[in-house]
Design a binder for this molecule. Sequence first.
Ligand SMILES: *[C@@H]1O[C@H](CO)[C@@H](O)[C@H](O)[C@H]1NC(C)=O
Ligand SMILES: *[C@@H]1O[C@H](CO)[C@@H](O)[C@H](O)[C@H]1NC(C)=O
Ligand SMILES: *[C@@H]1O[C@H](CO)[C@@H](O)[C@H](O)[C@H]1NC(C)=O
Ligand SMILES: *[C@@H]1O[C@H](CO)[C@@H](O)[C@H](O)[C@H]1NC(C)=O
Ligand SMILES: *[C@@H]1O[C@H](CO)[C@@H](O)[C@H](O)[C@H]1NC(C)=O
Length: 279
Amino acid sequence: MNRHLWLGVTFVFALITGASCLRDVRLEVVPEVVQRGHEVIVRCYYDVEKRPLYSVKWYRGKHEFYRFSPSEFPPTKIFNISGIDIDLMNSNESQVTICNVDFGLSGNFSCEVTVEAPTFSTAFVSKKLTVVSLPQGRPTIVLERDRYDPGDVLNANCSLPASKPPTRISFSLNNKPVGSSMSKPRKLDNGNGGSQTDTGLQSSNLTLTIQPSHYSNGQLTLRCIAEIPGIFSSTSEVQIGTGLREPVPERVTSENGCPAGTMLSLFVVCLSLVHLLLR
Ligand SMILES: *[C@@H]1O[C@H](CO)[C@@H](O)[C@H](O)[C@H]1NC(C)=O
Ligand SMILES: *[C@@H]1O[C@H](CO)[C@@H](O)[C@H](O)[C@H]1NC(C)=O
Ligand SMILES: *[C@@H]1O[C@H](CO)[C@@H](O)[C@H](O)[C@H]1NC(C)=O
Ligand SMILES: *[C@@H]1O[C@H](CO)[C@@H](O)[C@H](O)[C@H]1NC(C)=O
Ligand SMILES: *[C@@H]1O[C@H](CO)[C@@H](O)[C@H](O)[C@H]1NC(C)=O
């Protein structure tokens, strides 16, 4: 008895809630990480289950920027939100296309779907958009000197065009990470995220004492790795000359304490004299 009653209640409850429920309301932001100046599509998926659709509203943060309500005329309504440039030809009841996105649009986009009377039930879903500016170029490595021997202090820096978010710059020597604690990325651009094109550089320095253990087959390959995790990665490398330093002459002294240099000078003078005599 009780059990039947319970089942009945559950069934009625399911009928009310289930029927008024909006199924599978989903939001898709394509792409979720977009390059500044490009376009993004905010797509809202919904299944109103044969109930009349009342409205679909698109929001950036708390601001509504596009609405579709089939019972109104015209069915689409655009709200002028600064920074949201809607491509009307490619916007309808299921998606809104935004052109020429700028950093200010980074944040939550939402879609709100409402069905007709009597329930007017509503579903609200959100997705995050990130607007980035990738470095327009590869990392450039500058070495203080061309050649290093064990014991020498290597000074290098690696730079590449500015980006937002900033790029993480790290170094490796023969594939082993080096100098991570020394390298502090420094943003050199104006960084105001304004509409002007990015100028300037971001760079990182490396200071390292070369150890015999750094060598592999007598080789040293310094690599600069520039990355924005999940979005951008680029590397550059240089071969560092080694063991080819000009031989430094030993300081030799003669028996009578005369420096070798003096003997050399005498020798040159002798040669010149011989040369003169032979003319
Ligand atoms: C939208 O607003 C901006 C200023 O915020 C204005 O310059 C522009 O003309 C407006 N566009 C429309 C279609 O009203
Ligand atoms: C909405 O517009 C897009 C792009 O123009 C199109 O692919 C899609 O089929 C349209 N959807 C509807 C329901 O008209
Ligand atoms: C965006 O939404 C998430 C949850 O979906 C929330 O935690 C976050 O605070 C929101 N961000 C902003 C800027 O409103
Ligand atoms: C990079 O290193 C070179 C040589 O050490 C130096 O002349 C230059 O100023 C450095 N650049 C930056 C951005 O630190
Ligand atoms: C890198 O070294 C250069 C000189 O070679 C110096 O001017 C610059 O400030 C250094 N940068 C950092 C981030 O330490």
